[in-house]
Design a binder for this molecule. Structure first.
Ligand SMILES: Nc1nc2c(ncn2[C@@H]2O[C@H](COP(=O)(O)OP(=O)(O)OP(=O)(O)O)[C@@H](O)[C@H]2O)c(=O)[nH]1
Ligand SMILES: [K+]
Ligand SMILES: [Mg+2]
Length: 452
């Protein structure tokens, strides 16, 4: 059913051979027409007491989510109603509570969903932003799985041709061209898969959130910027330099894209052991981030810009935006001059002039930030779907390695070369779950919420 707690409607689902019995014994003897909602009294099969009035639906196999006979009771969502209906169901022979992810697992086993679709469904349930929802929906609809199945299909043909060549070429029943053709197809597939892998982790980033870190000198206004972006006082702001020590993390939605934002300790030399540790963590976080917002107090320029530039060249391997904060403290002429000058400094990233006090420049800054985040995630609706999980990447890398084995042995030992293609097929099959190690399946289905 759909979550605990109070809600207008809860859906209790039953799947398997006892579904029809459950429906008959709790909601009237006659089964409703398939896939049609009917309002019925829902009663306890033992006492006959009415528990609720609600909609019931009957999904005979195979036209159901699990592929088995299924039933839905749409009941009122109060805890007492849900408990009573579940208890009543427990007295129907052949029923028991579902295990975590069991509905989806049964759908997978019935061939209704492949593993990438299952993962897409899980991601859809957990999606928190617009772009995540779009990506998950595409994967759930089978687009990613379709690519992998297509590659599998082509590889199978290659393998069949190679094996035919091994078996029959000596009897001259098969021409040499067959092997060359298979060779070209394998080469072609390998470069397609390599291309698919060169995605700069966009899909994975969109699925799990872009890591954005706020860094800079003490008192530049880093914590103020964090609070401005998440619209609540998540981090302590004070005029005392060295206020922030621990990393303060918060999740924000930037134009539909998920961002994990970290505020860090101000970068300076310090005799204080705790502050030193804070600075160490800040630098480490910058190394791991997808994007750094380097905050500079614009009233401390140019010394701060020089320091910023030094820090940039020293530490930044990832994308960076330069935020000149406290613009409200600058006279207008200097503001304009600054913008122009900074554009001239080569090697510096995009610059935004901002005031966390007055929010001046915030709109422009958000536009720049949003476009950077979008670049890091890609457009989930444009082009071919991207892989979304480290699991996909690992199997695809194994697949490419196995295809290299084919190339390596193609001229010396055709049996070993064919084995490479077979291994590549296995790796592809693991992504969609056609070739499944039980442990992988266990992990994936347990990630689902109860009853899904
Ligand atoms: N006038 C003005 N003051 C600001 C602005 N942003 C921050 N401040 C002030 O600058 C001081 C430092 O701000 P913080 O946000 O604590 O700076 P920080 O970079 O997090 O400092 P540490 O954590 O100590 O490294 C506070 O007194 C803020 O109120 C701004 O845009 N304009
Ligand atoms: K401070
Ligand atoms: Mg701070």
């Amino acid at each position: 059913w759909a979550g605990y707690g109070r809600c207008g409607v809860a859906v209790v689902r039953v799947s398997g051979p006892a579904s029809a019995t459950a429906l008959r014994s709790m909601a009237g003897h006659r089964l409703p027409p398939p896939r049609t909602a009917l309002l019925r009294s829902i009663t306890d099969p033992l006492s006959g007491e009415m528990l609720d009035r609600g909609l019931v639906l009957w999904f005979p196999a195979p036209h159901s989510f699990t592929g088995e006979d299924s039933v839905e009771f749409h009941i009122h969502g109060g805890p007492a109603v849900i408990t009573a209906v579940l208890q009543a169901l427990g007295s129907v022979p052949g029923t028991r509570p579902a295990e975590a992810g069991e509905f989806t697992r049964r759908a997978f086993q019935a061939g209704k969903l492949d593993l990438t679709e299952v993962e897409g469904l899980g991601d859809l349930i957990h999606a928190e932003t617009e772009a995540q929802r779009r990506q998950a929906l595409r994967q759930m609809s089978g687009e990613l799985g379709h690519i992998y199945r297509d590659w599998s299909h082509k590889l199978k043909r290659c393998l069949a041709h190679i094996e035919a060549f091994i078996d029959f070429s000596e009897d001259e029943l098969i021409e040499d061209g067959v092997l060359d053709q298979a060779d070209r197809s394998v080469c072609d597939l390998q470069s397609q898969i390599e291309q698919h892998l060169r995605d700069e982790r966009r899909g994975e980033r969109l699925r799990s959130g872009v890591h954005v870190v706020i860094a800079g000198a003490t008192n530049a206004g880093k914590s103020s910027l964090l609070n401005t972006l998440c619209q609540r006082p998540a981090a302590i702001v004070s005029p005392i330099a060295g206020t922030t020590r621990d990393i303060v993390e918060t999740a924000v939605d930037i134009g539909g894209f998920p961002v994990l934002l970290s505020d860090t300790a101000g970068l300076r030399e310090s005799a204080d052991l705790v502050e030193q540790e804070g600075v160490r963590r800040a630098r480490e976080r910058v190394q791991q981030a997808d994007l750094t917002l380097l905050v500079v107090d614009s009233t401390c320029l140019p010394s701060d810009v020089q320091r910023a530039a030094g820090f940039l060249s020293e530490h930044l391997r990832n994308m960076c935006l330069l935020v000149l904060n406290k613009s409200d403290l600058l006279p207008e002429t200097q503001r304009q001059k600054l913008k122009m000058e900074l554009r001239g400094v080569s090697g510096l990233p995009a610059v935004c002039l901002l005031s966390c006090q007055t929010n001046e420049g915030l709109k422009d800054f958000l536009t720049v930030l949003q476009s950077s985040v979008k670049t890091l995630c890609g457009d989930p609706l444009a082009g071919a779907p991207t892989l979304t999980q480290a699991r996909h990447r690992a199997h695809l890398q194994q697949c490419v390695a196995a295809l290299s084995q084919f190339q390596r042995y193609r001229d010396s030992d055709l049996a070993l070369a064919a084995e490479g293609v077979r291994l590549a097929l296995t790796s592809l099959g693991r992504i969609t779950g056609r070739v499944g190690a039980e442990e992988i399946l266990d992990i994936i289905f347990k990630d689902f919420c109860i009853g899904k």
